[in-house]
Design a binder for this molecule. Sequence first.
Ligand SMILES: C[S@@+](CC[C@H](N)C(=O)[O-])C[C@H]1O[C@@H](n2cnc3c(N)ncnc32)[C@H](O)[C@@H]1O
Length: 222
Amino acid sequence: MNHQNNLSHNHLRAFQPEKLTPPRKFTIPEALQRETLKQPLILEIGAGKGKHALSFATENPDKHLIAIERTRNKFEAFHRLFTQQSLDNLTPVHADAIAWVVHAIAPNSLAGIYILYPNPEQHNPNQQWLNMPFFEFLLSRLQPEGKIILATNIEAYIDNAEQQAAKVWQLPYSRNVVANDSDRTHFEVKYLARNERCWQLTMTKPEGYLTRFDHWQMIDTF
Ligand SMILES: C[S@@+](CC[C@H](N)C(=O)[O-])C[C@H]1O[C@@H](n2cnc3c(N)ncnc32)[C@H](O)[C@@H]1O
């Protein structure tokens, strides 16, 4: 089957990775350069103060997590905790995730992606992750059968994400309510303590899924 003909995202304005300059002081993390890195690579976008990243890396010694946070004070809090632990399977990154992923991540290389409680962007829905042309690029970095896990406390956000996953990105997904006692991130703890409902969308990249970036990589990076 020619999957590409069925993909409605081909009608969307394409993301333009070549226009993105590298983040300030950009270098490829040592973990990504290790030829011996055999561990599945997981990415977290918007890691905040790193609560999920630190516990994920502790609980999954067989995986390597790259956790990116853009806001300086949050990243510094995360980095302080990181330096107090010796986790060689966690790489904290202070950068904008879009530019960083473009410059650092090879196609078909991620086993999973976490986006936990992203900024709601209610007044600027174009900035919601599944509404962005970048999402196609992100899918190109995921391995077949890799998963994207998105959580939010905003019902309109999860409704829109679900619709985009089904109609635009044509991804198999499941939608669940987050358990009341879940405590993966600081925002999750805060929302559940206020008795707010939180949702999770788990999307899977099917075998044979095609994007316009499957062979695109930053020249000289890899
Ligand atoms: C609402 S907070 C949630 C933080 C954490 N995931 C949690 O649940 O506690 C969203 C975070 O995403 C970060 N963020 C938003 N856009 C980003 C981007 N393009 N690259 C990296 N981080 C980003 C923000 O700085 C913010 O810390």
